[in-house]
Design a protein around this ligand. Sequence first.
Ligand SMILES: *Cc1c(COP(=O)(O)O)cnc(C)c1O
Length: 405
Amino acid sequence: MFKANEEYLKLPGSYLFSTIAKKTKAYTDAHPEASIIRLGIGDVTQPLPGAVIDALHKAVEEQAHAETFRGYAPDLGYSFLREIMAKEDYAARGCDIGADEIFISDGAKSDSANIQEIFAPECKIAVCDPVYPVYVDSNVMAGRTGTYDPDTQSWSNVIYMPCTAQNGFTPDFPDETPDMIYLCSPNNPTGAAMSRDSLQAWVDYANRVGAVILYDSAYEAYISEENIPHTIYECEGARTCAIELRSFSKNAGFTGLRLGTTVIPKDLCDRSGHALHPLWARRHGTKYNGAPYIVQRAGEAVYSPEGKAQVRQIIEGYMKNARFIRESLAEMGYEVYGGVNSPYIWLRTPGDMTSWAFFDHLLADANVVGTPGSGFGPAGEHYFRLTAFGSYENSVEAMRRIAKM
Ligand SMILES: *Cc1c(COP(=O)(O)O)cnc(C)c1O
């Protein structure tokens, strides 16, 4: 008789979002007249930019003609997209990243989950707490994390780096030396962005201890402050210690269309001198058949002058919501973080309420749904996440209701 993969059986259920859905449904069943405002969403709501739509139409039309029809895409991505990214995302910022170091994929979720495959099972991972759950869960599936303690919500073989108001939501170097370090800046869920000096210190640390940094820059487009790096390759020495994950989801609204990239510099080698770049190329070639041609053309359009202007406008819309939410909550006396370089607002619950008690309070007394911070890790307890992905009207109405609670 076959046997299921035991590592998968170790995963605790996805408690956070199923509990939110259950509690919200129970409330709306009991109060069918309530108009609920959802500020828990981690998805964009604005339609795709016009330049993207035009590129999609054009690419679809090409598929009707033998001369322009495209079958399988190259495993690693079309060079038109890799080249424009090398130029716009890296060369334009003074970073030395070649088009052939950029791998095109269907998004940062799958790449951030799959990248661990090219590392040895005994590698020790370090993650921020609170954290985007994919980093830990994918390592659980790979059997790298030891045993789970439900009381502390932690795995015995994972190094947790608490990120709280005390350290400005930027992790301190851990006592124990990790092999793989997951960093996400601007951060989901805390909304914090690492300064150039902090990120440089992490790059120096990784090079010193022989660790690799897996850097998730999905929210790069939301950066508004000068001293925040847009890519880890702005830091000196990053080519020998960092892999960067990028996404078209949160900037250009590709959450449904699907497109992302992973950058692996050719200089990045393990301690025995094995380069990682060919391993990921081999992995892509075996397990992945390329992002669709039409979607890669749509991605290219994001870098056109019209595309850039349209994306800027969408982001400014979300950031207007973020600013309104942040400033309103601050005026009401809440301790508020994020929302400056990120669409996420991270607030301290009032009166030391637990994250879930505040969730219930907000749902019942303001009909607003958010996300309890403790759902992202123990250090998220007493915090709460709101997002700026709703409409401006709903953001304003939600703040009006919260002010009256
Ligand atoms: C939304 C998000 C992504 C993007 O994932 P895609 O698969 O590209 O849509 C990546 N990392 C974090 C932390 C996110 O919140």
